[in-house]
Write a protein of this length. Structure first.
Length: 345
């Protein structure tokens, strides 16, 4: 079987060589140092009927800008998947991601490893997007149990529990947060924030009726406001899985729900509203939103948050917290199958 073809545009030779050496074990990799050379190589590949499947470009190139390069390439070959490499925060590129359909921003200043880049490429190019073990190959996952209490996982283990009600959500939020503090010294406030946001999304926001209306919350007419029900007991088809554990210095929280109603466009919209300052008070546009704040606060505390979505079938959200680094990296990835794109941010 022919290998997928990756074009990497990077003018720093050491970074270019690192990408090429690591990725060539699974892909055919071509590396070039400039905008002009990238366009020439890309056009030649099209003429030879051997188009590239993915382009990774640094933002700053000696003879141009990576954003312009990606736009130029997408104009020639709209189906191409793309990623930007930057030294700046990902927040700076939210508008460009939406405008140009960029699939990933790779920050040089975070803990996103070459292995993570490999995983990102494989998920894009195969459509096989689910599973936290893609990021941690030696992770042992113990799947859902109905035990009221679960033992503490050992290193490189992930434990799963099934959530059926508000009572379950509250119990496991408290229980896991206390364990994380006791065993790994993770602040209780961070564990509670992560677990509460993950399980609130899976329990209240994800389930929908056949007409698309929310099952366990009400939307205020003509307003962007949602009022959740209290003391919820989920219908059996809405039961979801929460997972927790750790892998060396990485703390892992995930939820997996059977609905697949979350959307990339909604995530980006909510995130942008909390990053945009467009009012006289100098406050975020989304400050008064009844939903979306949790996503912003969640990301502010994490090294990486990953959304894997198969529309109307399944959503998996993976939250990674690094116990060795005090400054959150704020990496975010969004993969979506079944829509116009299956994307990663």
């Amino acid at each position: 079987m022919d290998l997928k073809r990756i074009l990497i545009v990077e003018d720093v030779e050491s970074i270019l060589l690192a990408f090429k050496d690591f990725l060539r074990t699974k892909f055919e990799v071509v590396g070039v140092p400039s905008y002009r050379t990238a366009i020439s190589v890309f056009e030649n590949a099209l003429q030879e009927n051997r188009p590239f499947d993915f382009v990774i470009s640094d933002v700053h190139l000696p003879d141009g800008n990576g954003l312009d390069l990606i736009q130029d390439i997408k104009n020639r070959y709209p189906k191409i998947k793309t990623a930007l490499i930057t030294s700046y925060e990902i927040n700076e590129y939210i508008d460009y991601i939406q405008k140009f359909g960029i699939d990933q921003v790779i920050s040089k200043n975070t803990h996103m490893s070459l292995h993570d880049v490999m995983v990102m490429l494989e998920k894009h190019l195969t459509g096989n997007i689910f599973g936290v073990d893609k990021y941690f190959p030696s992770l042992r996952i113990y799947y859902p149990t109905e035990l009221r209490r679960s033992p503490w996982p050992q290193n490189r283990e992930l434990y799963s529990v099934q959530i059926r009600s508000t009572e379950d959500r509250i119990y496991w939020t408290e229980h896991v947060s206390e364990l994380m503090k006791e065993k790994l010294n993770v602040p209780i406030s961070i564990s509670k924030l992560v677990l509460d946001e993950l399980m609130t999304n899976a329990m209240i926001r994800a389930p929908r009726d056949e007409d698309g209306s929310y099952k366990y919350q009400q939307q205020v007419k003509n307003e962007d406001k949602l009022i959740p029900a209290t003391n919820i007991t989920l219908d059996p088809e809405d039961y979801f899985t929460m997972q927790y554990g750790y892998y060396d210095e990485w703390v892992i929280f995930t939820t997996i729900d059977p609905n697949g109603t979350l959307r990339k466009s909604e995530i980006l919209y909510r995130l942008k509203r909390h990053l945009s300052i467009n009012n006289p008070m100098g406050l975020p546009e989304g400050l008064t939103d009844t939903h979306g704040r949790g996503l912003f606060l969640l990301r502010e505390q994490l090294s990486h948050i990953i959304f894997n979505i198969e529309r109307n079938k399944k959503t998996e959200i993976i939250c990674l917290y690094n116990t060795m680094h005090n400054t959150p990296s704020k990496n975010i990835s969004i993969f979506e199958l079944g829509g116009k794109y299956h994307d990663d941010l």
